[in-house]
Design a protein around this ligand. Structure first.
Ligand code: PGA
Ligand code: ZN
Length: 432
């Protein structure tokens, strides 16, 4: 089915900042759209998000230039093409842009068209997006990684660590993983309320409490797991996103905790991370070192990689070249996957495939600035990724994704699978 018309408008993300929604209309009248999210603790190697940069309009954040590219050059290129040819459409847009990081047309412009094309192709066939994206092979429901406390750049540095999350390790179904998370999330809220320290929600919906140290956040999560009637490390484990590039000073190769006013050499910092993973029931850790500090990554992987999932986010930025380098260096064992870090659906699928072929785990992820678009819920199931990170268990831009997986679970019926924490056997094979 051929693409007839492409149009875009400026709408707003969960932080109230402008973003693009693109709608594709096919010759048979079918319409579908794609909305692009936006990060705050962005990696330096990400594809470029094009904003107008005019300080007197929309605080420089408007996206009218990118919309102009969608409705101008991109529309001219893509209209008349077969919507099923996702790769052809994506490659043509990459060639039209002509830069390494999609800086000319904007990754937000290109991705909005790429996502809309994928959704329109599914709709034209009368199929769910996860079915067409995964060529009918997507059946695995993801294990959720859900934020309890938000910090770092997402909560005005109340804690230095960006995400304190939990993973419902004992869950036997996707629904049960949500139930365990529900109980722990609300238990954490009760504890903070009783202590008079519950002050609001961070960007991804996690609590933004008053804490005096990062260690206090660990203690709070452990208490919440216990209060909810579970055993830490057995029923639910801790997952962290350190977002260490935000804590790193390139000029003197050091790390700093702004809230605790402490600084560390790279070796001291990685020792602290390793110590946390040994002292607390940590099952997964993301960006434990800065995106240029390969030596620290390798040290952490060598030391705790046999029992902890070690995810590169800013390190890899969903970029094939960077993921390949990480695999060669054996610097991690998992890759965070964000569509707008790379800018097309096809390249995102390639990044997931590369990760899986290496025996590593992909974790499909939202951004801190999200929207009502549920594309990533479908992407997680389509690729049998096994894990999904969307932020917390509050606010509709987050719940939209968790809820969409529930709908996919119903839709798949008996065909659905859930490996839960067994997925980690891929990276931590049991000794025989
Ligand atoms: P971001 O945060 O979307 O602000 O980059 C999410 C993350 O770091 O995983
Ligand atoms: Zn991250």
């Amino acid at each position: 089915m051929k693409i007839k018309k492409i149009s875009a408008i400026q709408i707003f993300d969960s932080r109230g900042y402008p973003t693009i929604e693109t709608e594709i209309e096919l010759e048979n009248g079918v319409r579908a759209s794609g909305i692009v999210p936006s990060g705050a603790s962005t990696g330096q190697y990400e594809a470029l998000e094009l904003r107008d940069g005019d300080p007197v309009q929309w605080r420089g954040k408007s996206v009218f230039k990118a919309i102009g590219h969608v409705e101008g050059e991109i529309s001219e290129l893509v209209c008349g093409r077969d919507v099923d040819d996702q790769r052809g459409i994506d490659e043509a847009m990459i060639a039209l842009d002509g830069t390494e990081n999609k800086a000319r047309l904007g990754a937000n412009a290109i991705l909005s068209v790429s996502m809309a094309a994928a959704s329109a192709a599914a709709k034209a066939k009368g199929e769910a997006l996860y079915t067409t994206l995964g060529l009918g092979k997507g059946i695995l429901l993801p294990l959720p990684e859900i934020q309890i406390i938000g910090g770092g750049a997402h909560a005005n540095w109340r804690t230095d660590i960006q995400d304190f999350m939990i993973i419902a390790k004992a869950a036997k179904t996707y629904r049960e993983a949500l139930e365990i998370t529900f109980n722990i999330y609300h238990a954490a809220g009760d504890i903070l309320h009783e202590q008079g320290r519950r002050f609001g929600l961070a960007d991804e919906g996690g609590y933004w409490p008053e804490l005096t140290s990062n260690e206090e956040a660990f203690e709070l999560i452990i208490s919440a797991i216990e209060r909810a009637g579970y055993t830490p490390g057995v029923d639910a484990s801790i997952s962290l996103d350190i977002a260490a590039s935000d804590l790193y000073d390139h000029s003197n190769h050091s790390y700093c905790f702004p809230s605790e006013n402490r600084s560390f050499t790279s070796a001291e910092f990685s020792d602290l991370i390793i110590d946390w993973c040994q002292r607390y029931p940590v099952i997964s850790i993301e960006d434990p070192a800065a995106d240029t500090d390969w030596e620290a990554w390798i040290k952490i992987k060598t030391s705790i990689g046999r029992k902890v999932q070690i995810i590169g986010d800013d390190l890899f930025t969903t970029n094939l070249g960077r993921i390949r380098k990480g695999i060669e260096k054996n610097a991690a064992n998992a890759v965070l996957i964000k569509l707008n870090q790379i800018g097309t659906v096809s390249e995102t699928l390639d990044a997931i495939r590369l990760t899986q072929d290496a025996g590593w785990l992909p974790v499909i992820s939202a951004r801190s600035g999200e929207t009502e678009d549920t594309f990533i819920a479908h992407l997680a199931v389509a690729t049998n990724a096994g894990q999904l990170k969307v932020g917390s268990f509050a606010r509709s831009e987050r719940m939209a994704k968790w809820n969409e997986v529930l709908r996919i679970e119903r839709h798949l019926g008996e065909r659905s699978q859930f490996k839960g924490a067994e997925i980690y056997q891929t990276i931590h094979p049991k000794k025989t």
